[in-house]
Design a protein around this ligand. Structure first.
Ligand code: SAH
Length: 343
């Protein structure tokens, strides 16, 4: 019998499980707190649970864990990049970043990615599998344990496309914000998507209070399809319409991510098209000079991003240039995992 991944169960689900193994419902809350507040990784450490029930738990459930395979610390800005090894030996990356307002963690949602964005290292070797809710959550728990500090914000911007692993990601959001667990407010969570329109629509219905970040990167279909194959399935106009609906339904401002690439999307004309495209939407544009990936011939610089920002500000668009963190430790998506696996 395959053991159930207990860290992926919500409190309601754990209650149902307790009943199904002939236990009292209240046991679920005790166990949930051991797992998510005290964060033990062994049923035998649950000291208010009888030996008999602990034996039963061991028979029915497993507690997943992650191992730090590599850990790189930036000398420039305290960014720490972790390569975590999962139980099947697959690896994912997690990045801990320090901001004035606290620590933020960039987590992965899949092993690899199928989206094929041309500038992104996470997708070059393709897709292996989705992460379980527990495996996304454990990136937070293990990093917190390793750094000995509380992490106050999460961005789903690591390896993978969160909306391509919709169910597990929504479950992770439920778990991470559970008041009986670590109780992180979803106001401090940002989910980034390359533009899976049906997922954006479903997420809007949940009204979760998180920040939606949309990787736009190009203001027209021709250019966007060139660098982001997903645009052939959901084009720029459908994407903008879906984000508009998201803002209307949730009352939350969206962020458009725009990786500035010299000679591709960084001209004055691109800024004019972008301003036109997002006119009237409660949004913010986050510019980032494209991080060079050795297989791709894309380049940029902070100066290019600032130039593009000036165009946008002149057109009345709210735009900032993102700080580049961890540049000395290859903190861009997917680069460490590929190095380690020799991919
Ligand atoms: N799949 C999701 C989240 C993961 S990528 C998404 O596409 O949004 C997180 C962000 O980093 C995205 O905006 C992505 O487009 C961007 N990104 C990926 N590779 C990059 C690179 N080489 N330089 C700059 N930004 C990059």
């Amino acid at each position: 019998m395959k053991k159930i991944d207990i860290l992926s169960l919500s409190l309601d689900e754990l209650e149902a499980e307790m009943i199904s193994i002939g236990e009292k419902k209240f046991r679920a809350k005790q166990i949930f707190q051991w797992l998510h507040v005290k964060q033990v990784r062994d049923f035998n450490e649950m000291s208010n649970i009888s030996l008999e029930l602990r034996t039963k738990l061991n028979e029915h459930f497993c507690i997943k864990s992650l191992i730090i395979a590599r850990r790189l610390e930036s000398c420039i800005d305290n960014t720490v990049k972790y390569l975590y090894r999962l139980s099947d030996d697959a690896c994912v990356e997690t990045v801990l970043m320090e901001y004035n307002h606290g620590l933020s963690l960039c987590v992965s949602t899949q092993v690899g990615c199928k989206m094929g964005c041309k500038f992104c290292a996470s997708t070059i070797a393709g897709f292996e599998r989705n992460l379980e809710p527990s495996e996304i959550l454990l990136q937070l728990y293990e990093t917190q344990k390793d750094c000995g500090k509380k992490i106050s914000g999460i961005v789903l911007m690591g390896i993978g496309e969160p909306l391509d692993n919709y169910q597990n990601v929504v479950k992770f959001l439920e778990l991470v914000s559970a008041p009986e667990g670590c109780g992180l407010s979803l106001r401090h969570v940002t989910l980034s998507t390359c533009g899976l329109v049906p997922g954006i629509r479903k997420l809007a219905e949940l009204k979760l209070g998180l920040t939606l970040s949309v990787s736009l990167h190009c203001p027209d279909n021709e250019g966007r399809s060139e660098i982001m194959p997903v645009n052939k399935s959901y084009n720029v106009y459908e994407l903008i319409a879906a984000t508009k609906e998201y803002v209307q339904k949730t009352g939350r401002r969206v962020t458009y991510e725009y990786a500035v690439i010299d000679g591709v999307n960084s001209g004055k004309n691109d800024a004019i098209k972008l301003a036109q495209l997002i006119k009237g939407i409660n949004c913010h544009v986050n510019l980032i000079p494209v991080n060079s990936v050795k297989e791709r011939n894309y380049h940029s610089s902070r100066e290019s991003a600032i130039r593009f920002q000036k165009y946008l500000l002149g057109l009345g668009v709210n735009a900032t240039v993102r700080r580049t963190l961890g540049s000395d430790i290859n903190a861009a998506c997917g680069q460490l995992r590929r190095e380690a696996a020799g991919m």
